[in-house]
Structures are given as C-alpha cells and as structure tokens.
Design a protein around this ligand. Structure first.
Ligand code: PHE
Length: 446
C-alpha cells in the first residue's frame, strides 16, 4: 500500500520554508550588487514592479498547480491536465534547472562558509591583500571543492530528514535567526555608520536618467530567480500544503518577505559602502571582495554574523532545489527518501565540481568562461523564464477555470485580475526577458 503523502506540519512552517527557498544568495549577494551596478533607486522601483506584476501572479500559479495536484512538478501537470500531457515537460525542465542551479549555487554557498572562518580570524592587511583572499579561494580547486562538499553534505542531511522533520524544522530555526542577524546588521548600518542616509537615498530615490533597457530586463530576470520561480520549487512546496490555507495571502506574504529582506540587505551593505566612501557599483565582488575590506575596520562582530546569514540563506534555498529533483523519484518510483536524496545529492555534487574548479572553462558567448558563470547565465536567462512562461500559459489558457477558482478561493475581482495578468501581462513580460536572454530584442544593442 502506498504511504500517504507528507504535508507541512503548520501553515507557519510552510511560510518559513517557502520564504527560506525564496530568500537566498539572490537577495543578499546578487540583489545588492546588481542594484549597485545599475545605479540604485530607479532599478529598485522597476524590480518592485516586476515582483508585483510577474512574480506574484506566477507564485500564486505555481502554488495552485502544486496544491491542486498534490504531486511533484512532472506529475502535477499530468494530474491537472490529462495522461501523457505534453505540459509535463515543464516539470522535467524544472528538475533539470534545479539540478543545474544547485550544482553552482553550492559552490558560492561554500565560499560564504569559508568566509565565516576568514571573518573569525579577521581581515587584515592592505585592501589589495584582503581582496586577494577571495581570488585565492576561487582559484584553489581543493579549497573550493572542500567547501562545496561540506555544504552539499548539509543540504543532503536536511532533505533526507523529510518535509516536517527536515525542511520545515530547519527553516523554523534558520529563518528567524537570519532575520534577527540581518536586523542587527541593518541597524548597525543605519545608526552606527555615517552611510545610512546615503544608502537610503541610493536605494529609494529613483534617478530615471540612469535606467537602461538592460537594467529593466535584468530586474525582470532577477524577480524569477529571487522568488524561486520557473522551476517547480513552488509547485513542489505547494503540493505539501493543506487544502484549507489561503494561497493568495501566503503568496503575498512570501513575496513581501523576500523583497523586504533584499532591501534590508541593501541598506546594511550600502551603509558600509558609503560610510567608507566606496563606489556602489562593485559587481560580483561586492560581497566577497569589497565588504571584507570594510570589515577589516568593523571587526568580526559585523563580518561573522554577515557570512553566517549568507550561509543560512543559501542553505534554505538549496534544500528546495534538491527537493524538486528528489520528490519525483519518491512519488513515482517509490524509492525511499534517504536513498533518493543521497543518489541525487551525490550526482549534483559531482556535477558541481565543474563549477568549483575555476580553471575548467569552455568557450561561451564569444569568450572562455568558467562553468559557474555559464550555468548561472543559462539557468537565469533561459531555463527559468521558459519554465515560467510555460507555467503561466498553462494556467492562463489550459487549466480549467473551475479548478483554479477552487484553489484560489473566490471568483471576485482579484481572481479576474489574476486571470487577466496570467493571460497577457505576465507572459509578455517573461517573453521580453527571454528574448533579451537570447539577444533577440530589436531595440537593444548586443
Ligand atoms: N531564490 C533563491 C535565491 O534568491 C534561488 C533559487 C532559485 C532557489 C530557484 C530555488 C529555486 O537565492
């Protein structure tokens, strides 16, 4: 006899786990550095618009698809549609995305862990010497692989514990801790440094003259990544939801918390950057190269919590990535959770070595690039948008309106607005990101 499928222990547990999936390296590493690169306020405003108009409708859609079917992302499309439905391919694509993202995500998360220990020792020396520490870590295959190994072991251990006993339990511990750490760091930035006001101005005073078309499209792509959309993570987490919880309210809360945390991280980081008179546009190195130079002054009281926070955030996202890969085999093949998690986790881990070794490169878009950058580029710019676009076309045009309305909870104005967004606004927005990713937008220069 088949065992009944696990569900979340409580709605709070679900919210924390889903927020944990959403809040990750995307919020604390990526959001601040792309905001810095694209000039601040105006970019932030466009990003908020994308979260509202694209992210939120898609989050509601994925949760509806998952909870309706109570199945993994592959079978969810079959159950909601029909046997052998071609829409199942959305689920397969999601599993592939989860696999690829986790393989490089774990390498970056490993760097975050390495920096906890570097922070405890303290950052000392000239700015160049401090920045060199990161370069040394990245180019040393043994160090990068070691941290990648440790991180993947943690991810596998949590996912092997199951929904309630693993993912939910750890999210309940890690997420509130993360929030408190970030709150402390933000207050430090606002009240202990001279950069607080400058950071707020940078983030919240839009200067539209600095807004480029590329920034707009990056904001859209980032909305996907940061909300864990387009790859079945929210379908999976939705499939463990009980029938009596309000999907829309939960989706609003998750999106709000994700955005709020990204903004808090922005305030915390840019207060330091401005306090020390640095430029905000530091690109990918903002967290691992620029901040440590500033941490040399602030000391471990600021840097240790910061990298612990980054590691926790990455961990709760990584478990959702592995869960998407694992749940299919548990549901469909009847494999035990522990065995499946081990096999899938080890495969992701081995594949991740490609990203961990900086000297492994491949020609990609006109230059030799490392696998980490290539996988990041392919998943964020192609795979997530394609997954998201198909999901939204499916729910907008194919899924039975009655089924959607039942999960949504009403047929009033909000429901009609969602339908309208999912049929037109959201797919067009996503198609733009995708065309940009393929360098096919006629009005852009590539
Ligand atoms: N949302 C996570 C972040 O911001 C990344 C992620 C993407 C997690 C897709 C799961 C699925 O870091």
């Amino acid at each position: 006899m088949k065992k009944s499928r696990e569900t979340w222990g409580s709605n709070l547990g679900f919210i924390l786990a889903a927020t944990g999936s959403a809040i990750g390296l995307g919020n604390i590493w990526k959001f601040p550095y792309i905001t810095g690169d694209y000039g601040g306020g105006a970019f932030v405003l466009v990003y908020l618009g994308c979260v509202l108009m694209i992210g939120l409708p898609l989050m509601v859609s994925e949760l509806i698809i998952g909870r309706r079917a109570q199945k993994n992302p592959v079978k969810a499309f079959e159950k909601n549609h029909r046997a052998k439905s071609p829409w199942q391919s959305v689920g397969w694509l999601g599993m592939a995305s989860g696999f690829l993202i986790l393989s490089f995500y774990s390498v970056i998360a490993g760097w975050a862990m390495a920096f906890i220990f570097k922070s405890i020792k303290g950052f000392a020396g000239t700015p160049d010497q401090i920045q060199q520490q990161f370069v040394d870590l990245v180019v040393s295959p043994s160090d990068s692989i070691m941290w990648h190994t440790i991180f993947m072991v943690l991810v596998i251990a949590i996912v092997a514990g199951g929904i309630k006993g693993g993912i939910e339990r750890w999210s309940k511990i890690l997420m509130p801790t993360l929030f408190l750490l970030l709150l402390g760091l933000m207050f430090h930035g606002l009240f202990n440094t001279d950069g607080g006001m400058a950071a707020l101005n940078f983030l919240f005073q839009p200067d539209f003259s600095r807004l480029t078309a590329e920034a707009v499209l990056s904001a859209l792509g980032h909305a996907f990544f940061t909300l864990s959309l387009g790859m079945g993570a929210m379908i999976t987490y939705g499939s463990y939801m009980k029938k009596d919880t309000g999907i829309v309210r939960d989706a609003i809360l998750i999106s709000f918390l994700d955005t709020f945390i990204a903004l808090m991280a922005g305030v915390a980081i840019f207060s330091l950057v401005f306090h020390y008179g640095m430029e905000p546009g530091q690109s990918v190195g903002l967290i691992f190269k620029t901040l440590p130079v500033l941490f040399a002054d602030t000391g471990p009281w600021v840097s240790v919590p910061f990298f612990v926070l980054l590691t926790f955030a990455a961990l709760t996202s990584a478990i959702s990535l592995l869960e998407v890969v694992v749940v299919y085999f548990i549901d469909e093949k009847g494999w035990s959770r522990i065995k499946t998690t081990l096999v899938a986790g080890i495969l992701v881990y081995l594949f991740g070595i490609l990203s961990a070794v900086a000297s492994f490169t491949m020609p990609f878009r006109g230059s030799d690039q490392g696998f980490l950058d290539i996988f990041d580029f392919i998943t964020t710019n192609y795979m997530l948008p394609v997954g998201g676009l198909l999901t939204c076309l499916y729910i907008g045009w194919v899924m039975k309106e009655k089924d959607i309305a039942e999960e949504f909870g009403s047929r009033g104005l909000p429901f009609q607005m969602l339908r309208l967004a999912l049929r037109y606004l959201t797919p067009i927005g996503i198609a733009l990101v995708l065309l940009h990713g393929l360098e096919l937008l006629p009005f852009m220069e590539y």
